[in-house]
Design a protein around this ligand. Structure first.
Ligand code: KG4
Ligand code: ZN
Length: 349
């Protein structure tokens, strides 16, 4: 609806976890700039995110990141048509820094402000393709991140129905926890997939959880890996899990990484296949969230849409893209004086 008049430029801001990110996107599909400052180096030392440290780092980085996003896009505030910010779900302190900054900027520069759900943003990373092959509706979206594992049915833009979800851990969380057991660095996903390249995926047999319908469970798989490691190095189950890595050889680590990755991918692919059977009208399958960067998963699903690897993780461009399609489907701006954060709210709300 804006296309005929002019291109709509949206500034997207994302601070829900440990990436401080901002981007300028035109018409929900063309990236003019995309700046991501990751706190991975800080949290690699601790083996995980510390919420208070994340919030403080966002506070330090947010304005330089936004200014660089505007500069890289050769934009001034005059050129920006709207501001989009992640307001849910995520870490409370992290969400607060992004939303308070966006609220202030919206008031200061008199721009409409839109609040975007983080999982919607991940899904819309699939529209930032730089080619003309956009996913078609109705579609199934498999959202796989550090905090979520869900299958969504989308009848059209901005219409999300959860048709499958995890009963416990998210798949990304499972990668992270197993990496910790194996002594691989944080974040676990990339380091497991790297180790898996050198390992034998058939070395250790790991169970598939028995979960009804399109739902998932990953905590049992994590425990199964833990027990298999304990058995492999001949220690009782009471042995401290943080010390197991000292007893594993590099070969064993690689084999566990490969065996776990293969099992996790099989579980995701099986559920996706079941979902396709249940929803035979779908035209596309899109994969979204940090775990969508996984190369072996990409190889296992050659017909699915995946975001560009650089857009699999958290970024501001996907927030701006989601916002554009929300506006197109009639969503109105939010009150910059009242915008709230919702650390745990579902995508269906
Ligand atoms: O979407 P994301 O960046 O943040 C959340 O919204 O949670 O997802 C982060 C998750 C982490 O658990 C990380 O280990 C996982 O995505 N991840 C991967 C890969 N790259 C990141 N998991 C498997 N393979 C990867 N290559
Ligand atoms: Zn995310």
């Amino acid at each position: 609806m804006y296309g005929i008049i002019m291109a709509m430029k949206i500034l997207g801001i994302e601070t829900s976890c440990d990436e401080t990110a901002a981007a300028v996107v035109e018409n929900g599909t063309v990236i003019l700039s995309n700046v991501v400052v990751s706190q991975i180096d800080i949290f690699a030392e601790y083996g995980g995110v510390i919420p208070e440290v994340a919030a403080r780092s966002h506070l330090e980085a947010i304005m330089p990141v936004i200014n660089k996003a505007l500069d890289d896009a050769s934009c001034t505030w005059e050129d920006i048509d709207a501001i989009a910010v992640t307001h849910a779900p995520g870490l409370l302190g992290s969400l607060l820094i992004g939303t308070l900054t966006a609220r202030t900027l919206a008031i200061l520069h008199n721009k409409p402000l839109y609040a975007v759900h983080h999982l919607k943003s991940h899904v819309y990373a699939n529209w930032l393709r730089g080619d003309s092959f956009a996913p078609e509706f109705p579609l199934l979206a498999l959202v796989i991140s550090g905090g979520h594992t869900q299958i969504l049915y989308m009848r059209g833009h901005n219409q999300f129905e959860i048709v499958g979800t995890t009963h416990d851990d998210a798949v990304g969380e499972c990668f992270d926890k197993i990496a910790k057991i194996l002594g691989l660095p944080y974040p676990g996903g990339p380091s497991i997939s790297k180790a898996a390249l050198k390992g034998n995926p058939n070395k250790y047999r790991l169970p598939h959880p028995k979960v009804e319908g399109l739902d998932f469970s990953f905590s049992g798989l994590k425990t199964a890996v833990l027990r298999a490691v304990q058995k492999e190095v001949n220690v009782p189950i009471s042995y401290p899990s943080h010390k197991l890595k000292e007893l594993l050889s590099a070969e064993q680590v690689n084999d566990f990484a490969a065996s776990f990755q293969k099992t996790a991918i099989n579980i995701l692919c099986e559920k996706l296949a079941a979902a396709k059977e249940e929803y035979p009208d779908i035209q596309s399958v899109v994969i979204a969230g940090g775990v969508s960067a996984n190369k072996a998963l990409r190889d296992a699903l050659p017909d699915a849409f995946f975001p560009n690897v650089s857009l699999s993780g958290d970024n501001g461009a996907m927030v701006a893209a989601a916002c554009f399609f929300e506006i197109e489907s009639g969503v109105k701006p939010t009150d910059p004086y009242a915008l709230n954060i919702y650390p745990r709210v579902s995508i269906e709300n």
